[in-house]
Design a protein around this ligand. Structure first.
Ligand SMILES: C[S@@+](CC[C@H](N)C(=O)[O-])C[C@H]1O[C@@H](n2cnc3c(N)ncnc32)[C@H](O)[C@@H]1O
Length: 398
Protein backbone atom coordinates (compact mmCIF):
# COMPACT_ATOMS: atom_id res chain seq x y z
CA UNK A 1 0.00 0.00 0.00
CA UNK A 2 1.31 3.46 -0.93
CA UNK A 3 1.98 5.82 2.02
CA UNK A 4 1.53 9.58 2.09
CA UNK A 5 5.15 10.72 2.32
CA UNK A 6 5.98 13.96 4.05
CA UNK A 7 9.55 14.98 3.32
CA UNK A 8 10.24 17.66 5.86
CA UNK A 9 13.98 18.04 5.45
CA UNK A 10 15.89 19.12 2.39
CA UNK A 11 18.26 16.39 1.19
CA UNK A 12 20.96 19.10 1.01
CA UNK A 13 20.88 19.86 4.72
CA UNK A 14 24.36 19.83 6.35
CA UNK A 15 24.46 16.65 8.42
CA UNK A 16 28.21 16.56 9.07
CA UNK A 17 27.79 18.18 12.52
CA UNK A 18 31.42 19.24 12.17
CA UNK A 19 30.66 22.31 14.32
CA UNK A 20 29.43 20.18 17.23
CA UNK A 21 32.11 19.98 19.88
CA UNK A 22 33.33 16.75 21.46
CA UNK A 23 31.58 17.35 24.82
CA UNK A 24 28.27 17.93 23.01
CA UNK A 25 28.66 14.76 20.94
CA UNK A 26 29.21 12.81 24.13
CA UNK A 27 26.77 14.67 26.36
CA UNK A 28 25.30 13.08 29.52
CA UNK A 29 24.73 9.32 29.25
CA UNK A 30 26.05 9.09 25.69
CA UNK A 31 29.53 8.63 27.14
CA UNK A 32 28.78 6.16 29.91
CA UNK A 33 30.76 3.51 28.09
CA UNK A 34 32.90 3.62 24.93
CA UNK A 35 31.41 1.86 21.94
CA UNK A 36 32.89 1.81 18.45
CA UNK A 37 30.24 2.56 15.81
CA UNK A 38 28.00 4.86 17.83
CA UNK A 39 25.70 7.54 16.39
CA UNK A 40 26.32 11.17 17.00
CA UNK A 41 23.20 12.05 19.07
CA UNK A 42 22.63 15.29 17.15
CA UNK A 43 21.99 13.27 13.97
CA UNK A 44 19.28 11.24 15.67
CA UNK A 45 17.78 14.34 17.26
CA UNK A 46 17.44 16.21 13.94
CA UNK A 47 15.65 13.34 12.21
CA UNK A 48 13.35 12.51 15.11
CA UNK A 49 12.42 16.17 15.68
CA UNK A 50 11.67 16.83 12.03
CA UNK A 51 9.72 13.71 11.23
CA UNK A 52 7.91 12.54 14.35
CA UNK A 53 5.90 13.97 17.19
CA UNK A 54 5.71 13.34 20.93
CA UNK A 55 4.01 10.03 21.68
CA UNK A 56 4.92 8.33 18.40
CA UNK A 57 6.69 5.00 18.83
CA UNK A 58 10.25 4.69 17.49
CA UNK A 59 12.10 1.41 16.90
CA UNK A 60 15.84 0.91 16.57
CA UNK A 61 16.25 -2.70 15.35
CA UNK A 62 20.08 -2.50 15.70
CA UNK A 63 20.11 -0.50 18.90
CA UNK A 64 23.83 -0.84 19.73
CA UNK A 65 24.54 1.36 22.75
CA UNK A 66 21.06 2.94 22.71
CA UNK A 67 21.60 6.41 21.20
CA UNK A 68 18.23 6.42 19.41
CA UNK A 69 16.40 5.31 22.55
CA UNK A 70 17.96 8.03 24.68
CA UNK A 71 17.18 10.77 22.15
CA UNK A 72 13.63 9.52 21.56
CA UNK A 73 13.00 9.62 25.30
CA UNK A 74 14.16 13.25 25.57
CA UNK A 75 11.60 14.12 22.87
CA UNK A 76 8.82 12.23 24.68
CA UNK A 77 8.69 9.39 22.14
CA UNK A 78 8.28 5.82 23.45
CA UNK A 79 10.97 3.59 22.00
CA UNK A 80 11.89 -0.04 21.47
CA UNK A 81 15.44 -1.22 20.87
CA UNK A 82 16.41 -4.62 19.53
CA UNK A 83 20.04 -5.71 19.84
CA UNK A 84 21.93 -8.97 19.48
CA UNK A 85 24.74 -8.35 21.95
CA UNK A 86 23.98 -8.84 25.66
CA UNK A 87 26.68 -6.39 26.59
CA UNK A 88 25.34 -3.65 24.28
CA UNK A 89 21.90 -4.24 25.81
CA UNK A 90 23.46 -3.73 29.22
CA UNK A 91 24.99 -0.40 28.14
CA UNK A 92 21.60 0.71 26.80
CA UNK A 93 19.84 -0.46 29.94
CA UNK A 94 22.00 1.56 32.31
CA UNK A 95 21.79 4.66 30.10
CA UNK A 96 18.02 4.61 29.98
CA UNK A 97 16.98 3.41 33.47
CA UNK A 98 15.17 5.80 35.82
CA UNK A 99 17.28 5.93 39.02
CA UNK A 100 16.94 7.02 42.61
CA UNK A 101 20.01 9.23 42.21
CA UNK A 102 20.79 9.57 45.92
CA UNK A 103 20.81 5.82 46.36
CA UNK A 104 22.80 5.33 43.18
CA UNK A 105 25.46 7.78 44.33
CA UNK A 106 25.64 6.15 47.76
CA UNK A 107 26.15 2.70 46.26
CA UNK A 108 28.77 3.78 43.71
CA UNK A 109 30.80 5.68 46.31
CA UNK A 110 30.54 2.89 48.86
CA UNK A 111 32.00 0.30 46.52
CA UNK A 112 34.65 2.78 45.40
CA UNK A 113 35.70 3.38 48.98
CA UNK A 114 35.94 -0.39 49.63
CA UNK A 115 38.01 -0.76 46.47
CA UNK A 116 40.41 1.96 47.61
CA UNK A 117 40.87 0.16 50.91
CA UNK A 118 41.51 -3.11 49.11
CA UNK A 119 44.00 -1.47 46.78
CA UNK A 120 45.87 0.09 49.72
CA UNK A 121 46.19 -3.35 51.26
CA UNK A 122 48.32 -4.34 48.28
CA UNK A 123 50.79 -1.47 48.77
CA UNK A 124 54.32 -2.54 49.65
CA UNK A 125 53.61 -6.11 48.62
CA UNK A 126 56.09 -7.62 46.18
CA UNK A 127 54.71 -8.15 42.67
CA UNK A 128 55.25 -11.90 42.98
CA UNK A 129 52.87 -11.96 45.94
CA UNK A 130 50.20 -9.92 44.14
CA UNK A 131 50.41 -12.23 41.15
CA UNK A 132 50.00 -15.41 43.18
CA UNK A 133 46.97 -17.58 42.63
CA UNK A 134 46.57 -18.22 46.36
CA UNK A 135 44.15 -15.31 46.96
CA UNK A 136 40.44 -14.80 46.39
CA UNK A 137 41.14 -12.37 43.64
CA UNK A 138 42.39 -14.39 40.74
CA UNK A 139 40.86 -15.75 37.57
CA UNK A 140 41.64 -18.68 35.31
CA UNK A 141 40.71 -16.62 32.24
CA UNK A 142 43.73 -16.65 29.92
CA UNK A 143 42.48 -13.52 28.24
CA UNK A 144 42.26 -11.50 31.47
CA UNK A 145 45.61 -12.71 32.73
CA UNK A 146 47.19 -11.76 29.43
CA UNK A 147 45.67 -8.29 29.05
CA UNK A 148 45.95 -6.88 32.58
CA UNK A 149 48.80 -6.20 34.96
CA UNK A 150 48.48 -8.35 38.14
CA UNK A 151 47.54 -5.49 40.43
CA UNK A 152 44.99 -4.03 38.00
CA UNK A 153 43.34 -7.42 37.58
CA UNK A 154 43.05 -7.94 41.36
CA UNK A 155 41.40 -4.54 41.76
CA UNK A 156 38.92 -5.35 39.01
CA UNK A 157 38.10 -8.76 40.45
CA UNK A 158 37.64 -7.32 43.94
CA UNK A 159 35.17 -4.80 42.51
CA UNK A 160 33.37 -7.51 40.53
CA UNK A 161 33.04 -9.83 43.54
CA UNK A 162 31.42 -7.05 45.59
CA UNK A 163 28.81 -5.93 43.05
CA UNK A 164 26.33 -8.50 44.36
CA UNK A 165 25.98 -6.47 47.60
CA UNK A 166 24.22 -3.58 45.89
CA UNK A 167 20.90 -2.83 44.17
CA UNK A 168 22.16 -0.96 41.09
CA UNK A 169 24.38 -3.83 40.01
CA UNK A 170 24.28 -3.11 36.30
CA UNK A 171 25.62 0.43 36.74
CA UNK A 172 28.48 -0.96 38.82
CA UNK A 173 29.15 -3.54 36.10
CA UNK A 174 29.44 -0.77 33.53
CA UNK A 175 31.81 1.28 35.74
CA UNK A 176 33.85 -1.91 36.08
CA UNK A 177 34.03 -2.68 32.35
CA UNK A 178 34.74 0.93 31.41
CA UNK A 179 37.64 0.91 33.88
CA UNK A 180 38.82 -2.46 32.60
CA UNK A 181 38.85 -1.15 29.06
CA UNK A 182 41.16 1.71 30.09
CA UNK A 183 43.35 -0.51 32.25
CA UNK A 184 44.19 -3.04 29.51
CA UNK A 185 47.82 -3.39 28.51
CA UNK A 186 47.11 -1.54 25.27
CA UNK A 187 48.81 1.68 24.13
CA UNK A 188 46.57 4.69 24.85
CA UNK A 189 46.31 5.54 21.16
CA UNK A 190 45.01 2.04 20.35
CA UNK A 191 42.25 1.89 22.97
CA UNK A 192 39.53 2.37 20.36
CA UNK A 193 40.72 -0.72 18.48
CA UNK A 194 39.31 -4.07 19.42
CA UNK A 195 42.57 -5.75 20.34
CA UNK A 196 46.29 -5.68 19.71
CA UNK A 197 48.10 -8.98 19.14
CA UNK A 198 50.63 -8.49 21.98
CA UNK A 199 50.08 -6.70 25.30
CA UNK A 200 52.60 -3.91 25.92
CA UNK A 201 54.97 -4.47 28.81
CA UNK A 202 57.28 -1.44 28.71
CA UNK A 203 57.53 2.25 27.89
CA UNK A 204 56.23 3.27 24.42
CA UNK A 205 55.79 6.41 22.37
CA UNK A 206 52.15 7.48 22.65
CA UNK A 207 50.66 9.18 19.58
CA UNK A 208 47.67 10.30 21.61
CA UNK A 209 49.59 12.14 24.33
CA UNK A 210 52.61 12.90 22.11
CA UNK A 211 55.09 11.68 24.71
CA UNK A 212 56.46 8.46 26.16
CA UNK A 213 53.88 6.56 28.23
CA UNK A 214 54.03 3.55 30.55
CA UNK A 215 51.64 0.59 30.51
CA UNK A 216 48.94 0.80 33.17
CA UNK A 217 49.64 -1.23 36.30
CA UNK A 218 46.52 -0.33 38.30
CA UNK A 219 42.77 -0.05 37.66
CA UNK A 220 41.80 1.95 40.75
CA UNK A 221 42.40 5.36 39.19
CA UNK A 222 39.92 4.46 36.45
CA UNK A 223 37.37 3.07 38.92
CA UNK A 224 37.67 6.37 40.77
CA UNK A 225 37.38 8.56 37.66
CA UNK A 226 34.46 6.66 36.11
CA UNK A 227 32.54 6.38 39.39
CA UNK A 228 32.26 10.17 39.65
CA UNK A 229 31.76 10.58 35.92
CA UNK A 230 28.89 8.06 35.92
CA UNK A 231 27.08 9.82 38.76
CA UNK A 232 27.49 13.17 37.00
CA UNK A 233 26.24 11.90 33.63
CA UNK A 234 23.23 10.01 35.00
CA UNK A 235 22.28 13.05 37.08
CA UNK A 236 22.49 15.28 33.97
CA UNK A 237 20.27 12.96 31.95
CA UNK A 238 17.74 12.65 34.77
CA UNK A 239 17.00 16.38 34.35
CA UNK A 240 15.89 15.95 30.74
CA UNK A 241 14.47 12.44 30.96
CA UNK A 242 10.75 12.15 30.14
CA UNK A 243 8.29 9.42 31.13
CA UNK A 244 8.19 7.99 27.59
CA UNK A 245 8.76 4.24 28.04
CA UNK A 246 11.94 2.59 26.76
CA UNK A 247 12.03 -1.15 26.06
CA UNK A 248 15.08 -3.22 25.20
CA UNK A 249 14.83 -6.61 23.52
CA UNK A 250 17.87 -8.86 23.26
CA UNK A 251 17.74 -10.91 20.10
CA UNK A 252 18.52 -11.37 16.43
CA UNK A 253 16.63 -8.81 14.32
CA UNK A 254 16.05 -11.46 11.65
CA UNK A 255 13.66 -13.05 14.18
CA UNK A 256 12.05 -9.81 15.40
CA UNK A 257 8.44 -10.09 16.55
CA UNK A 258 5.96 -8.51 18.93
CA UNK A 259 4.77 -9.18 21.59
CA UNK A 260 8.22 -9.93 22.99
CA UNK A 261 9.91 -10.07 26.38
CA UNK A 262 12.17 -7.16 27.23
CA UNK A 263 15.39 -7.41 29.26
CA UNK A 264 13.42 -7.28 32.53
CA UNK A 265 11.06 -10.05 31.45
CA UNK A 266 8.14 -7.65 30.84
CA UNK A 267 5.99 -8.20 27.76
CA UNK A 268 6.20 -5.51 25.08
CA UNK A 269 2.98 -5.38 23.11
CA UNK A 270 2.62 -4.25 19.53
CA UNK A 271 1.58 -0.53 19.57
CA UNK A 272 -2.11 -0.16 18.58
CA UNK A 273 -1.43 1.45 15.20
CA UNK A 274 1.95 -0.16 14.80
CA UNK A 275 5.41 1.36 15.14
CA UNK A 276 5.54 4.91 13.75
CA UNK A 277 9.15 5.08 12.73
CA UNK A 278 12.62 3.63 12.69
CA UNK A 279 15.93 5.37 13.11
CA UNK A 280 18.82 2.94 12.94
CA UNK A 281 22.34 2.25 11.73
CA UNK A 282 22.76 -1.43 10.98
CA UNK A 283 26.19 -3.04 10.99
CA UNK A 284 27.97 -2.84 7.64
CA UNK A 285 29.98 -5.45 5.71
CA UNK A 286 33.38 -6.24 7.22
CA UNK A 287 33.76 -3.06 9.28
CA UNK A 288 33.45 -3.88 12.99
CA UNK A 289 33.19 -6.95 15.22
CA UNK A 290 30.66 -5.66 17.72
CA UNK A 291 31.27 -8.42 20.23
CA UNK A 292 35.07 -8.60 19.98
CA UNK A 293 35.46 -4.88 20.64
CA UNK A 294 34.26 -5.54 24.21
CA UNK A 295 35.91 -8.91 24.77
CA UNK A 296 37.29 -7.77 28.18
CA UNK A 297 33.69 -7.11 29.31
CA UNK A 298 32.37 -10.52 28.26
CA UNK A 299 35.32 -12.21 29.98
CA UNK A 300 34.95 -10.25 33.21
CA UNK A 301 31.18 -10.47 33.50
CA UNK A 302 30.91 -14.00 32.11
CA UNK A 303 28.17 -13.13 29.63
CA UNK A 304 27.63 -15.11 26.41
CA UNK A 305 29.06 -13.80 23.13
CA UNK A 306 26.80 -14.04 20.06
CA UNK A 307 29.37 -12.76 17.59
CA UNK A 308 28.66 -15.58 15.12
CA UNK A 309 25.14 -14.23 14.59
CA UNK A 310 26.29 -10.70 13.78
CA UNK A 311 25.29 -9.49 10.34
CA UNK A 312 28.32 -8.25 8.37
CA UNK A 313 30.92 -9.05 11.08
CA UNK A 314 34.45 -7.86 10.29
CA UNK A 315 35.82 -11.35 10.94
CA UNK A 316 33.77 -12.64 7.97
CA UNK A 317 35.77 -10.39 5.68
CA UNK A 318 34.74 -8.22 2.81
CA UNK A 319 34.60 -10.66 -0.10
CA UNK A 320 31.71 -11.54 -2.46
CA UNK A 321 30.25 -14.07 -0.08
CA UNK A 322 30.39 -11.64 2.84
CA UNK A 323 28.55 -8.97 0.83
CA UNK A 324 25.98 -11.52 -0.30
CA UNK A 325 25.40 -12.81 3.24
CA UNK A 326 25.05 -9.24 4.43
CA UNK A 327 22.46 -8.47 1.75
CA UNK A 328 20.47 -11.56 2.73
CA UNK A 329 20.76 -10.78 6.45
CA UNK A 330 19.48 -7.24 6.01
CA UNK A 331 16.60 -8.32 3.77
CA UNK A 332 15.60 -10.93 6.35
CA UNK A 333 15.78 -8.31 9.13
CA UNK A 334 13.66 -5.71 7.34
CA UNK A 335 11.14 -8.35 6.30
CA UNK A 336 10.85 -9.45 9.92
CA UNK A 337 10.15 -5.87 11.06
CA UNK A 338 7.71 -4.73 8.38
CA UNK A 339 4.55 -6.42 9.81
CA UNK A 340 4.92 -4.36 13.00
CA UNK A 341 5.11 -0.95 11.31
CA UNK A 342 2.12 1.36 10.85
CA UNK A 343 1.06 2.02 7.26
CA UNK A 344 2.53 5.56 7.46
CA UNK A 345 5.75 4.52 9.15
CA UNK A 346 8.90 6.36 8.09
CA UNK A 347 12.13 4.39 8.20
CA UNK A 348 15.59 5.97 8.34
CA UNK A 349 18.61 3.77 7.80
CA UNK A 350 22.10 5.20 8.17
CA UNK A 351 24.65 3.22 6.16
CA UNK A 352 27.99 3.63 4.48
CA UNK A 353 26.71 1.87 1.34
CA UNK A 354 30.01 1.33 -0.46
CA UNK A 355 28.53 -1.58 -2.41
CA UNK A 356 25.39 0.28 -3.43
CA UNK A 357 23.19 -2.58 -2.28
CA UNK A 358 20.64 -0.64 -0.24
CA UNK A 359 18.26 0.03 -3.16
CA UNK A 360 18.05 -3.75 -3.69
CA UNK A 361 17.78 -4.47 0.06
CA UNK A 362 14.91 -1.97 0.34
CA UNK A 363 13.05 -3.31 -2.68
CA UNK A 364 13.38 -6.99 -1.76
CA UNK A 365 12.15 -6.39 1.77
CA UNK A 366 9.05 -4.41 0.79
CA UNK A 367 10.28 -0.81 1.13
CA UNK A 368 10.74 2.08 -1.25
CA UNK A 369 13.55 4.61 -0.84
CA UNK A 370 12.05 8.10 -1.07
CA UNK A 371 15.06 10.27 -0.19
CA UNK A 372 18.78 9.80 0.31
CA UNK A 373 20.62 12.25 2.55
CA UNK A 374 24.41 12.27 2.36
CA UNK A 375 26.63 13.20 5.22
CA UNK A 376 30.39 13.42 5.53
CA UNK A 377 31.99 11.86 8.57
CA UNK A 378 35.38 12.46 10.17
CA UNK A 379 36.37 10.00 12.84
CA UNK A 380 37.49 11.96 15.88
CA UNK A 381 38.12 9.11 18.25
CA UNK A 382 40.90 7.20 16.53
CA UNK A 383 44.12 7.74 14.61
CA UNK A 384 42.33 6.79 11.37
CA UNK A 385 40.84 10.16 10.59
CA UNK A 386 40.14 9.65 6.88
CA UNK A 387 36.85 11.36 6.15
CA UNK A 388 34.20 9.27 4.40
CA UNK A 389 30.60 9.68 3.43
CA UNK A 390 27.53 7.82 4.64
CA UNK A 391 23.91 7.98 3.60
CA UNK A 392 20.66 8.24 5.47
CA UNK A 393 18.05 6.36 3.44
CA UNK A 394 14.49 7.46 4.06
CA UNK A 395 12.10 4.64 3.21
CA UNK A 396 8.41 3.90 3.41
CA UNK A 397 6.43 0.70 2.94
CA UNK A 398 6.05 -0.09 -0.77
C1 LIG B 1 26.24 0.35 13.91
S1 LIG B 1 25.84 -0.50 15.36
C2 LIG B 1 24.54 0.46 16.04
C3 LIG B 1 25.04 1.58 16.90
C4 LIG B 1 23.93 2.46 17.47
N1 LIG B 1 23.33 3.25 16.44
C5 LIG B 1 24.48 3.35 18.57
O1 LIG B 1 24.45 4.58 18.47
O2 LIG B 1 25.00 2.82 19.56
C6 LIG B 1 25.06 -1.95 14.81
C7 LIG B 1 24.59 -2.90 15.91
O3 LIG B 1 23.92 -4.01 15.29
C8 LIG B 1 24.11 -5.14 16.11
N2 LIG B 1 23.83 -6.37 15.34
C9 LIG B 1 24.61 -7.03 14.47
N3 LIG B 1 23.97 -8.11 13.97
C10 LIG B 1 22.74 -8.13 14.57
C11 LIG B 1 21.62 -9.00 14.48
N4 LIG B 1 21.64 -10.09 13.70
N5 LIG B 1 20.52 -8.73 15.23
C12 LIG B 1 20.50 -7.63 16.06
N6 LIG B 1 21.54 -6.78 16.19
C13 LIG B 1 22.64 -7.02 15.45
C14 LIG B 1 25.56 -5.03 16.55
O4 LIG B 1 25.77 -5.78 17.74
C15 LIG B 1 25.70 -3.52 16.75
O5 LIG B 1 25.52 -3.18 18.10
Amino acid sequence: MQSAVKIKMSPNVDLSFSHVREWERTKHVHRLHPYLGKFIPQLVEVFLKNNFTKGQVILDPFAGSGTTLVEANVLGMPSIGNELSYFNCLITKIKTHNYDIIKLEREILDLLSKSKEFSRSMNHKPLSEIATKKTNYFTTSEYLNKWFAPRALKELIFYLNNIQNYEYQDVLRIILTRSARSARLVPHFELTRAEEPIPIKGEYYCYKHKRKCQPTIEALKFLNRYSYDTIKRIREFSKMRTNAPISIIQGDTRKFRLPAKDLNGNIIEMPKKGIDGIFTSPPYVGLIDYHDQHRYAYELLGIPMNGKEEIGARSNGYNHKAVDDYRKGMIESLKAIIPFLSEEAIVFIVANDRNKIYPEIAEKSGFKIVTKFDRSVTKKASRERNPYSESVFQMVKE
